[in-house]
Design a protein around this ligand. Structure first.
Ligand code: ATR
Length: 276
């Protein structure tokens, strides 16, 4: 039996074991996926544990995505640019780190858009780890223009550097400016945790000036429809929730581990079913 794991803290509510175990069964693989609750001071020991116990691969989630990097043998370019790893492949004892979060998001956006990103003007709300993944993947996919708004504006500057290193035009603006220029954006993405359960009555941005037809998307998938997305729908926006990104990052990890493509639609149904 091949064993795969999730390293995070806490991990109790993760949907990853559910969808990966289902995908392993569907593929007829003799493999199991287990969520391991790893305390921050045990990250190094946990990565050594992957080697010692010969786990075939792992996902890494909050708060360990940066800390694990120090203990891996090799880190893929995109994960380096993002500065975080969410997937580890054990290749005959060599541990290789990847990041599938940003690409997972971009694939869900492309599906909703139905057209390339090349002429799209995108507003990103937030400048934390999740924003780094999204900004890096968008820039790598050749988005036309990125604007970043964040409570702490200085933190947005690090993201501008990533965009610029990938030859993508980018600027950082205040929340007030973003709200007043909202009509200029084709896609608006919330990468912050504002609106996440249990604080479901919060929204990261006023949508008063939303142009109908704009895509408003949220990385949050619990609740499935955040307050931001409900408001966007009321104002004639197209909405994209975080289920697609979650499923796509999982599917991309599964592909790194097995070389096989899992059924993303089935993964999505399992997540939505269990979130209610
Ligand atoms: P993650 O890995 O989920 O992105 P993070 O790296 O801690 O988490 O980043 C959290 C992001 O949400 C940041 O952009 C943060 O803004 P600051 O850089 O100003 O801290 C933003 N954020 C979190 N709570 C917020 C709040 N109550 N109001 C505004 N922004 C908030």
């Amino acid at each position: 039996t091949k064993v795969f794991g999730l390293l995070g803290h806490p991990v109790g509510h993760s949907k990853s074991p559910l969808i990966h175990n289902d995908a392993f069964s569907s593929a007829g693989m003799d493999a199991r996926y287990h969520a391991f609750d790893v305390k921050p001071e045990q990250v190094k020991a946990a990565v050594e544990g992957i080697r010692a116990l010969q786990l075939a691969g792992c996902n890494v989630t909050v708060p360990h995505k940066i800390a694990v990097m120090d203990f891996l043998d090799e880190i893929d370019d995109e994960a380096k640019q993002i500065g975080a790893v969410n997937t580890i492949v054990n290749q005959g004892g060599r541990l290789i780190g990847y990041n599938t979060d940003g690409r997972g998001y971009v694939e869900s956006l492309l599906e909703e858009l139905g057209e390339p990103l090349a002429d799209k003007n995108i507003l990103v709300i937030g400048a934390g780890g999740a924003a780094r993944g999204v900004v890096t993947a968008l820039a790598r996919h050749g988005v036309a223009r990125l604007t970043i708004t964040n409570r702490t504006l200085e933190k947005a500057n690090a993201l501008l550097d990533i965009a610029k290193s990938l030859n993508t035009e980018a600027e950082a603006i205040s929340r007030d400016d973003a709200e007043s220029k909202l009509g200029e954006y084709d896609v608006i993405i919330n990468t912050t945790s504002i609106g996440m359960s249990p604080n479901t009555d919060e929204s990261p941005l006023s949508l008063k000036k939303l142009a109908p037809g704009t895509i408003v998307s949220d990385l949050i998938y619990n609740p499935i429809e955040t307050k931001l997305l409900k408001e966007a729908a009321q104002r004639g926006g197209r909405t994209l929730n975080g289920v697609g990104m979650f499923v796509n990052q999982a599917a991309l990890s599964f592909e790194h581990w097995t070389g096989m493509k899992p059924n993303r639609q089935r993964m999505k149904e399992l997540v939505v079913e269990t979130l209610g």
